[in-house]
Design a protein around this ligand. Sequence first.
Ligand code: SF4
Ligand code: FE
Length: 480
Amino acid sequence: MMTGNEYRESLRKLKPVIYFEGKRITVDDPMIAPHVNAAAMTYDAAHDALTEDLATATSHISGEKINRWTHIHQSQEDLVKKVKLLRMVAQRTGSCFQRCVGWDALNALYSTTYDMDQKLGTDYHQRFVKYLEYVQKSDIMVAGAMTDPKGDRGLAPSQQADPDLFVHITERREDGIVIRGAKMHMTGMVNSHEMLIMPTAAMKEEDRDYAVSCAIPVDAPGVTHVFGRQTNDDRKKCKMDQGNCMYGIVGGEAITILEDVFVPWDKVFMAGEYEFSGSLVERFATLHRQNYGGCKSGVSDVVTGASAAMAEYNGAGKASHIKDKLIEMMHLTESLYCCSVACSAEGGKLPSGAYYPDPMLGNIVKQNVTRNIYEIDRLSHDIAGGLIATLPSEQDFEDPEIGGKLKKYLAGKADYPVEDRYRMARLLENMTGGTALVESMHGAGSPQAQRIMMYRMGNLPMKVKLAQDLAGIDREKEKK
Ligand code: SF4
Ligand code: FE
């Protein structure tokens, strides 16, 4: 298992093509550094006596101790540990540590390739297990790559004006396949070692070339990443103004463009088996939605703590309405956590032997995140005050001319240094605004994607029957 520093070193051996603001940058760039630090925490946690139990697991393939972010869940306890692990690391980073996307892709592909082989007599699962062994042994970070650009949302992949708006196979060769297209919103992609390409939706027969899954190094020929902007990202170069200088805000997303990328057969896990693309997407989505009551509750713990600290610095720490708002934030946070634990505890075994969270409850978790985080953050703004939106820059704060005057007028309760109030305001501003908030809405799929799943799994006819039975309505008799 790598340490955080070994992970950082291993990234320097790769040569991914990354653009930002019209220039080529490397993974050491200050724009990417906080996200590397957050991901490094997933490596360091495995070596820390306090967190080792959650952050490591025993491989069901090799029997060796591995980093849990590469593990295939073998029990409900594994699923619950996943949620606890995410909350713990989110409490330490206050950010997104990105590695869960690839972890979920590994789990989704493990069970789906097994089902494919059972039905079709293919050998994808065997291939995939070999790849998994390599991932577990080398402890690499794998980016999960599902979301396509999708173009006109009313049209299927093969009906698009531009065929590349969904990733597809352009050539099948004796030694492998060639793919083209792009993947959007790629969390942690630029600081991963490899990516796992998956289809973005259920496919029909005419879209069979779009039903493709494979593993590619992030620096493979033909791969270009364009790193995304975030709210206030110029501040990543600042000492205090970034708010969370060490770990940044959410995941550091990129658009990844794939221009005729060759993939050898041993790294191909789906190539045209369109009837399995839907279940691969559903499994990945459920596994990633399961997470959100883990990592977002950890992040919300930090937001709640920062709000309480701000109230105290402002001299309002003992006000009853502040206490009430903090209680509400805790209630909303724990509600998210409850649901993640519940979908894990209610999880079950798939034919491959891997464990999988309850999909209905997993979708409920994510739907609640799209609401509760906005309310938690709204309460934090209410408590902290307008200062978090109007604070002058750290350059002014530290300026020999004006800094003293700012410190005089930015002082709160005399027991606390004015810099503490400044730093806490910045942390809250960045954790609760712009990019961070939108990520809660759309990360792991938009709210509508969850509602479609809920309706499908909600078993409405059974519920209607329950009501009819109690109301004394006999449908069979009515029909006669
Ligand atoms: Fe992991 Fe949460 Fe980030 Fe998704 S949003 S990668 S679950 S930390
Ligand atoms: Fe995410």
